[in-house]
Write a protein that binds this ligand. Structure first.
Ligand code: PBG
Length: 333
């Protein structure tokens, strides 16, 4: 036999030399759930190891992450119901607890990249990413609300904004609003191919942001998030977001959509981010918790696979834990 592929797998040294994909903590984004108040640290039941923090405890968590090499964070607010309304007014109140927290975080950690979601759902009493009117999600009337939210977030010091609402034309609309307000350096990580997925459950439970149950409110997000059956359509979204000024393209979820990640990586010049969403992490944690999978191996293999498929950036609830393992020498990349 002239060809023996196993020769290159003979030792850890050889495998390390020819490894095609390496995932460094610098490529990971840690999601953080913020709650108002003081002294709050409550675990998300379906995501053991993920917490909802009040700001002063979150600062400690960011410090710990940064010491492990995690420099990128995406922040989400859990807004009490009494602060929600139909038009997400609270989202652009400069004194709201989320924007105040962002200011505190950036003051304390100026070197980190702080990312914010832009969508109405955490602030909307209807629980949708856009404005609900006459039983529909209204596209164009949602844009000025999202733009006010985006400018308020840029003012508070967020470095990169992630429109996750999937309204048509929002990337260009936000880019123009940010530029007009003088925030030419605030980036846009567009949720380009965000699918109407069943895997956002634990996130919606953590933020209490699921669509409200009411006969007049659409009960799912299928008229704006993409159909899981479609790939071509992701190319169209990517082309539009690129033309509208996006700085990153995101695919979400990650694992069931590795083909979409690979497709966009191949087709686009922009960095590709993948959101390894709450349900995907919960699934792995549940199997590991039952002793059916070995977490030590399954978690890094999962993140590596997302990177191998073409994601330059991975948003994952395992970011800190991955970095911890690299730091302790338990994980080599
Ligand atoms: C809000 C938003 C969602 C997620 C990120 N931003 C939920 C949704 O669209 O319903 C999901 C993230 C996760 O599941 O980890 N638009």
């Amino acid at each position: 036999m002239l060809q023996r592929p196993r020769r290159n797998r003979r030792s850890a040294a050889i495998r390390g030399m020819i490894r095609e994909t390496r995932l460094s903590p610098s490529q990971l984004v840690q999601p953080l759930f913020l709650v108002p108040g003081k002294g709050v640290k409550t675990e998300v039941p379906s995501l053991p190891g993920t917490y909802r923090w009040s700001i002063e405890l979150m600062l400690e968590e960011i410090d710990a992450c940064q010491n492990l090499g995690i420099n990128n964070f995406i922040l989400f607010p859990a807004v009490p119901d009494e602060l929600k309304d139909k038009v997400a007014t609270y989202s652009y109140d400069p004194q709201n607890f989320y924007l105040q927290a962002a200011r505190t975080i950036k003051e304390r950690f100026p070197a980190i990249c702080l990312i914010s979601d832009v969508a109405m759902d955490p602030y909307s009493i209807d629980g949708h990413d856009g404005l609900v009117g006459e039983g529909q999600i209204l596209n164009d009337p949602s844009l000025p609300i999202l733009a006010k939210m985006a400018v308020a977030q840029a003012e508070a010091g967020f470095d990169v904004l992630g429109p996750s609402d999937m309204m048509d034309g929002r990337v260009g609309y936000l880019r123009e609003a940010l530029d007009a307000a003088g925030f030419t350096q605030t980036g846009i990580m567009s949720y380009t191919a965000k699918y109407a997925s069943a895997f956002y459950g634990p996130f919606r439970a953590a933020l209490d942001s699921a669509p409200r149950e009411d006969a007049d409110i659409p009960k799912d997000k299928k008229t704006y998030q993409m159909d899981p059956a479609n790939a071509q359509e992701a190319l169209r979204e990517a082309r539009l977001d690129t033309a509208e000024g996006a700085d990153f393209l995101m695919v979400k979820p990650a694992l069931n959509y590795l083909d979409i990640i690979a497709l966009l990586k191949y087709e686009s010049e922009l960095p590709i981010a993948a959101y390894h969403v709450s349900g995907e992490c919960a699934m792995l944690l549940a199997a590991c918790g039952n002793g059916w999978l070995d977490y030590e191996q399954a978690m890094p293999e999962t993140l590596l696979s997302i990177h191998r498929a073409g994601a330059d950036v991975i948003i994952t609830y395992f970011a800190k834990d991955y970095a911890q393992r690299v730091h302790d020498g338990r994980l080599k990349y």
